[in-house]
Design a protein around this ligand. Structure first.
Ligand code: FAD
Length: 456
């Protein structure tokens, strides 16, 4: 059986490894050149957090150990005020669970190398998916040959759309009316990466933590690297970026006033070097997008052959650090379902439909969690009632370990479907609200009675 994967990103290469394991001959088509040929100084990578949902699929394919070797565990989060005061500190899990800080570029190359080393995987760089014929089971890619733009149409038994948030395969599905629902959003916020260097070969912030600067309208999130630096992702509206990047003076003013602690850790010269204010910027901020669609496949009377995985199916804002994890889980779930069917034309068609119909609600639930988490990271983490809620959740979880599970534990450290996690969280919120009002009545009624008695 022949499979084509459109998109050589994190999910595309993992999927190629799974397909090869399941006996497919696989062709991966990636729009851009081989990232292994890029000079490291040409760009900087953001860091991603890998959690249980993403670790399982990597383990299954034999890659988890090599990924963990290049990662740093983070056991919790520290929220900082701009001036360096600690606003709050929480552990992620009740049993010392951790998420892993990994370089996105390192993870991509790791997965690419794994797929590339397999005999039945062929990778074609500089090939862009243009068109899909869902009934004939063909896809057309463009590429350059001797400076000339050419096109080729390929046939396969299974086509995977792992071509990211701006997926061409999803656009084809939308154009050919295969989708019942699509909601693509450009968000107000953009992101740009930065680095807090090591000092005297030591970490300048506590190593095994995610560090966050919640500033209401924007947020800086920093994750540790093995070389003792921290990779930061600054997420904020475009107009704040524009003001910050106008000149050296505006850049320094911004960091000194808003993020003074980081300003001191990085230093003026280094900040200017990293952000190149006032100059044509090679690293301009990228806009955040999110996407929900339904179903994840293109149905065809001739048999279903096309399915979306990862960001192509459910791009989400990055505040929960679950986009890649959810994409990796898609791959694992799709292959679990495929295993229950025969790898025949009919079996593939049935598996695609079953996966698509069962997975959509989880992708959408994870998107909703991610969106809600924005408010938590940007402002709620610095409020006292957020920390109080965290302690209540922790205590209840200790007393009722199987009945009360905090949201973060459900999302990052469990394998429960995300739609189920959302339901559980909603019920827990309702119970706490009910308890709060009951307590209020319990205190207020006797108080009122005493008051009435005094007043006669
Ligand atoms: P992508 O990584 O986007 O890969 C798609 C690939 O397809 C690309 O290589 C692209 O070049 C290629 N392509 C595109 N169009 C075509 C075409 N027409 N033809 C052929 N190839 C094409 N997730 C986490 O789990 N944890 C985190 O901490 C986290 N942090 C994040 C922080 C930020 C700032 C952002 C923006 C995202 C973050 N994410 C995180 C999300 C994560 O990066 C994505 O979910 C993940 O990269 C999705 O992988 P993918 O392979 O589906 O898509």
């Amino acid at each position: 059986m022949k499979a084509v994967v459109a998109g050589g990103g994190l999910v595309g290469y993992l999927e190629a490894c799974y397909l090869a394991r399941d006996g497919f001959t696989v062709d991966v088509y990636e729009k851009y050149p081989d990232p292994r040929d890029r000079k490291p100084e040409c760009f900087r990578s953001i860091n991603l957090t890998l959690s249980h949902r993403g670790e399982g699929p990597l383990r299954e394919i034999g890659l988890l150990d090599s990924v963990l070797k290049e990662s740093i565990p983070a056991y919790g989060r520290v929220a900082w005020a701009g001036n360096g005061d600690v606003l709050g500190r929480v552990d992620y899990g009740e049993k010392g669970e951790s998420i892993q800080s990994v370089s996105r570029f390192g993870m991509n190359v790791n997965l690419l190398n794994a797929a590339d080393s397999l005999e039945n995987v062929n990778i074609h760089f500089d090939h862009e998916l243009l068109l899909c014929d869902f009934d004939k089971g063909t896809a057309t890619f463009s590429f350059q040959e001797n400076g000339e733009k050419k096109e080729k149409t390929v046939f396969a038994d299974l086509f995977i759309g792992a071509d990211g948030a701006h997926s061409a395969m999803r656009a084809e599905m939308a154009k050919q009316r295969k989708l019942d629902y699509i909601d693509f959003k450009y968000h107000e916020h953009y992101y740009l990466e930065m680095l807090i260097p090591a000092k005297n070969n030591e970490y300048q912030l506590e190593k095994n933590r995610l560090h966050v600067w919640p500033k209401d309208s924007f947020v800086l999130i920093c994750l540790p690297n093995p070389d003792k630096s921290f990779s930061g992702t600054l997420v904020m509206p475009k107009q704040i970026f524009d003001q910050m990047l106008e000149s050296e003076e505006s850049l320094i003013k911004f960091w000194r006033e808003e993020l003074n602690k980081v300003y001191k850790l990085v230093g003026e010269d280094n900040l200017i070097q990293q952000f190149r204010p006032g100059k044509p910027n090679v690293r301009s901020p990228c806009r955040l997008v999110s996407l929900k669609c339904e179903p994840y496949h293109a149905s065809s009377p001739a048999g279903n052959k096309f399915v979306l995985l990862g960001d192509a199916a459910h791009a989400m804002v990055p505040f929960y650090g679950q986009g890649m994890n959810t994409g990796f889980e898609d791959v694992q779930k799709f292959h679990q379902i495929l295993k229950n069917h025969k790898i025949t034309k009919e079996g593939i068609s049935a598996a695609i439909e079953e996966f698509s119909l069962s997975r959509c609600k989880d992708g959408q639930a994870m998107s909703d969690f991610s969106y809600d988490h924005y408010e938590k990271l940007c402002s709620k983490v610095k409020k006292k009632n957020y920390n109080l809620r965290h302690h209540i959740d922790s205590t209840l979880h200790k007393v009722f370990p199987n009945q009360w599970i905090p949201e973060y534990t459900l999302v990052a450290f469990s394998h429960k479907p995300q739609s189920q996690c959302r339901q559980i969280c909603k019920s827990q919120d309702q119970i706490l609200t009910y308890m709060f009002y009951s307590l209020l009545v319990f205190i207020a009624v006797p108080l009122l009675l005493v008051l009435f008695a005094i007043l006669g």
